[in-house]
Write a protein that binds this ligand. Sequence first.
Ligand SMILES: [Mg+2]
Ligand SMILES: [Zn+2]
Length: 174
Amino acid sequence: MANKTETAAKAVFFDRDGTLNVDVHYLHRVEDFAWMPDAKEAVRYLNDRGYLVFVITNQSGVARGYFPEQDVLTVYEWMQNDLKKSGAHFDGMYYCPHHPHGSVPEYTKDCDCRKPKPGLINAACEKYHIDKRQSLLFGDKVSDMECAENAHIRGVRYQSGSLLACVKHALGDD
Ligand SMILES: [Mg+2]
Ligand SMILES: [Zn+2]
């Protein structure tokens, strides 16, 4: 589909726990989910400005045997449905279910996708022909910033307050 006349896509990548939603350890039940302030508004803002919006998240609870991989997808589906009510959407989610010291053999490995490795971002960029120079990653941890650096995209640290305000500030729209 991509060709030389097509404009490359620009994207925003959001870490999940601690960035889009309140970080309760190993969140895997919808009942425990709470959006960060203005998180849905931030996604809508980016949708409206032509950014592809992705969730990129480490979910080592799968490798640790705390919850099945399906729970990651169920939470994501719930997030999508809730966003829809606000006229917003994600374009995709990339997650790492692995951990080098897990307890579930099939997920226990030193993979290339666990942040701060850039595998999740690179996979999205390849599939969607994303221009990294126009793209950003928002995350709450140093490891997210390292991931952005490793993927050669701009990283923006978010820790509290309005996620929309953080996004606008990063884009120079405030
Ligand atoms: Mg986080
Ligand atoms: Zn992985």
